[in-house]
Design a protein around this ligand. Structure first.
Ligand code: SF4
Ligand code: F3S
Length: 112
């Protein structure tokens, strides 16, 4: 089992999750984070930290594509170890639908 980041994170990137992860398994894209499924120890402490409820366990139905999405990008984006300011329009995009199609960027983030 692993936890994964869903598209609710896109265009928000609050990074509250990063601070609490005991194994530093968050990786940073330009406008979202992902979790490496093989490094996550399933502790679950990050899930309640996310203001937009973007973090879920892979035991929920329909999560297989998101596990592969998280795996794919965690292998090419840099690790992020410290929280930082959310993206500038994070509040505007909090409850928006279809963020994957509208905003997702494959570019890596800064990492830390
Ligand atoms: Fe890190 Fe635990 Fe969240 Fe996995 S469930 S990403 S180990 S804080
Ligand atoms: Fe994204 Fe939520 Fe973490 S918005 S960066 S998964 S706190």
């Amino acid at each position: 089992m692993t936890y994964i980041v869903l598209d609710s994170c896109i265009a928000c990137k609050y990074t509250d999750c990063v601070e609490v992860c005991p194994v530093d398994c968050f990786y940073e894209g330009e406008n979202m984070l992902v979790i490496h499924p093989d490094e996550c120890i399933d502790c679950g402490v990050c899930e309640p930290e996310c203001p937009v409820d973007a973090i879920r366990p892979d035991t929920e139905p329909g999560m297989e594509p998101w596990v592969e999405f998280n795996r794919r990008y965690s292998e090419i984006w840099p690790v992020i170890l410290e929280s930082r300011e959310p993206l500038p329009d994070a509040e505007v995009h909090e409850d928006e639908e279809g963020k994957l199609e509208k905003y997702f960027s494959e570019k890596p983030g800064e990492g830390s």
